[in-house]
Design a protein around this ligand. Structure first.
Ligand SMILES: Nc1ncnc2c1ncn2[C@@H]1O[C@H](COP(=O)(O)OP(=O)(O)OP(=O)(O)O)[C@@H](O)[C@H]1O
Length: 697
């Protein structure tokens, strides 16, 4: 139930905004510098250096954790509340005020019940029972209950709106951050844990109101304490005289009754389910987009095709529909019996035996009723207080995870002062790699060692080599999906690290070896390659045609609108899945998926701004005829009709017959380029490439 992590210094080189603090203070107080530090420290396993609790685990209530919680409360709670307050100032103020007002209700309730009991007692004692005398206190009680019920309903629905908008805001911010972060940042285990806890924080805003794990529990804590204080005051003043054991016993029994009764009644706890087809579709869509944003599988393509904004926009509109459709239990229309709270009337009836039993007592029976109801409320409130305090304690650390995660910066982004705009050159891009080395985090062996080569703009390069020799790793570095440890990489004579990755990506198109299979329609799977044209059918049809996938589209039940079955995508289930339109999915073969991925790359490959096309084993699942056609297409796209090069092309292949088509060939062995030159030159060298080539033909 735990795992080890690397030190913060190693993981976060100046990624967080450090709150200013003078040196003297630092020397006096060994307290965390950053919210991130406090969050990480709270996850430390006591007495076990370097070991951390799993994400989401309840923090033990230790003195050290209490100090950390205080630090977080001091440094981010107020700012966080300010942000939430600005979302809905009026409603939030109303929510806080109503909570305080509602905490005083139980005391009023007890007083009103006492009036009824006293009236009943005096009626029985007078030997002339008339209903009319009871009418006044009973109707007053009914009116009080009606007002209390209305206020409760209003407060609950208001609270729902406040929590709903807070939840949307938090989720939006998280999505925004997710689509912004790059592969190296997300590969970090500490970042993953941080984001996981931040997710938990967002989920704590789920409808259900107070009592859920949420920083808003602090408001609840305050109102609970007010309530407890008022009950304590009542009980102490009422039991000042002789202690009545019988009353105490009956009080406890009637207190336990409402806790036992729900076990015998049916709950109306239905899972939130979207009802209309529109809501079901929105639910489907928001889950798919969330999966896109959160899954590492899609990360490279999201970065390369600049899909972040589009995902965020689309998720946001679908999410709004889903949130609007979610009706929390307490916001649903309730029956008049519910409004008047039948259970509490049962307890008023239960007061009758009490009344008869203590008729001769010197204390007023009304006072005894107040006493009983105070005991009961005290028990409820105390139990709630413990639960809520525990949740608030955990909630504060989850809030720190959220706050710290918002300050994460994508590691591939250049510093502001180093950043340069992408430099365009004629005919594609030129590449100069010098002694590039790279070791994956956690690996002992480098995946790339001293890679050096250069490629002129418009040239075609084939990268070949044995399995695991580093071809895909080199491709990811050239595409600026991953960084490298040593050496330099110049793109159009500029250090690649000075380009903003998003801007650089807007000049590239690629098919990755492990390309994404989106759980979406064929049209979307292709259209995502050029998000601006996702709804432009002619562009999609052209891309499909270039990938030789026309026959595939014709064979599918709904053509381009067919939803493709994605293996391993089972992250959600919802009522809408009963809708045949949504549930009808179609599987594809490996070669068919490869054509879809090629069509996606061709969606943008043809655009004038695209300077480099990179294909990592684009035709590995295609037959020889299809393979040749695809390479003809790539050649057509990358050259003008007169044969002048327009785009640089790099492809990785295990089929050496296709490597002949390239201007240059890079033979990779054990993480390095062992041979580099034209096909003919390498064959003439009679080295590793020549023997691999001879073996493959
Ligand atoms: N995410 C990763 N974490 C750690 N090591 C990795 C990771 N990805 C790849 N490697 C390792 O890096 C080395 C190079 O892998 P790479 O995928 O670049 O090889 P390749 O030449 O493309 O192989 P193939 O021909 O099988 O596709 C391999 O030893 C591989 O195990």
């Amino acid at each position: 139930m735990r795992h080890r992590m690397l030190s913060r210094k190693l993981l976060f080189p100046a990624d967080f905004q450090i709150p200013s603090r003078n040196a003297k203070q630092k020397a006096q107080k060994p307290e965390p510098e950053l919210i991130y530090d406090a969050w990480l420290a709270s996850r430390a396993m006591p007495g076990q250096t370097g070991s951390y609790l799993v994400p989401g685990a309840q923090r033990p209530l230790t003195l050290a954790n209490a100090r950390l919680a205080l630090f977080v409360a001091q440094h981010c709670t107020l700012d966080f509340f300010k942000v939430l307050f600005r979302l809905n100032p009026l409603r939030t103020t109303l929510m806080m005020s109503l909570n305080i007002v509602r905490s005083l209700f139980p005391a009023f309730r007890g007083y009103s019940q006492a009036l009824i009991v006293d009236e009943l007692l005096s009626l029985i004692a007078s030997d002339s029972f008339t209903w009319s005398r009871l009418l006044y206190p009973v109707s007053t009680e009914l009116i009080r209950r009606a007002i209390e019920g209305c206020l409760d309903t209003f407060a609950a629905s208001n609270e729902n709106v406040v929590l709903g908008s807070a939840r949307f805001f938090i989720e939006y911010k998280q999505m925004e951050q997710r689509v912004r972060l790059d592969v190296p940042t997300l590969a970090d285990p500490t970042v993953r844990a941080l984001l996981q806890e931040s997710d938990l924080f967002a989920r704590s805003f789920a409808s259900g109101g107070f009592g859920m794990l949420s920083p808003l529990d602090f408001i609840h804590l305050f109102s609970l304490m007010t309530e407890i204080a008022s009950h304590l005051f009542l009980i102490i003043s009422l039991t000042r005289g002789a202690f009545q054991f019988g009353i105490l016993f009956m009080s406890i029994f009637s207190t336990l009754l409402p806790l036992i009764l729900p076990w015998f009644t049916c709950t109306n706890d239905q899972a939130e389910s979207p009802t209309s087809a529109k809501e079901a579709r929105a639910n489907d869509r928001q889950e798919r987009l969330r999966n896109l944003a959160y899954s590492d599988v899609y990360r490279p393509e999201i970065a390369l095709f600049g899909l972040g904004d589009w995902i965020l926009r689309s998720w946001s509109s679908a999410r709004k529909i889903v949130l609007a459709s979610e009706q929390p239990l307490y916001a649903r229309p309730t029956s008049i019996i519910d409004q008047f709270n039948l259970m509490e009337f049962v307890f008023i009836i239960q007061n009758v035996p009490l009344l008869l039993l203590f008729q001769k007592s010197s204390a007023s029976l009304g006072s005894l009723t107040v006493y009983r109801s105070s005991i009961q409320s005290l028990m409820y409130a105390s139990r709630n207080l413990v639960t809520t305090a525990r949740m608030a304690f955990q909630g504060i650390f989850l809030m720190s995870a959220y706050t710290a995660s918002m300050k994460l910066k994508p590691r591939l982004n250049p510093k502001h002062e180093d950043a340069l705009h992408y430099m365009t050159v004629h005919g594609g891009i030129n590449i100069t790699a010098r002694n590039i080395s790279y070791t994956y985090p956690g690996s002992s062996e480098p995946a790339l060692r001293n890679i050096s080569f250069s490629l002129k703009a418009g040239e075609t390069l084939a990268i070949v080599g044995y399995n695991g020799s580093g071809k895909s790793t080199l491709a990811r570095i050239l595409l600026r999906i991953d960084d490298f440890d040593k050496g330099s990489l110049l793109i159009n004579d500029v250090d690649i690290r000075r380009y903003n990755p998003a801007e650089y990506h807007s000049h590239l198109s690629a098919v990755f070896q492990g390309f994404s299979k989106f759980s979406a329609t064929l049209k979307e799977n292709v259209g995502l390659g050029n998000i601006d044209k996702i709804n432009y059918r002619p562009a999609i049809e052209t891309a499909v045609h270039l990938a030789e996938a026309d026959t595939l589209v014709e064979s599918l039940p709904n053509g381009l609108k067919t939803i493709l079955e994605t293996p391993g995508f089972e992250s959600f289930s919802f009522a809408g899945s009963m809708n045949p339109e949504l549930s009808q999915r179609h599987g594809l073969s490996g070669g068919e998926w490869q054509r879809v991925a090629l069509a996606r790359a061709f969606m943008r490959a043809n655009e004038p701004g695209i300077d480099m096309l990179l294909f990592d084993e684009p035709t590995s699942s295609l037959d020889a005829r299809a393979q040749n056609q695809i390479f003809d297409t790539i050649e057509k796209i990358s050259k003008s009709p007169s044969g002048e090069p327009k785009k640089t092309v790099i492809f990785i292949t295990h089929r050496l017959s296709t490597a002949r088509r390239a201007d240059k060939v890079a033979m990779m062995e054990n993480g390095t380029i062992s041979e580099f030159g034209t096909h003919d030159e390498l064959v003439a060298q009679n080295g590793a490439y020549a023997s691999l080539y001879r073996a493959s033909v």
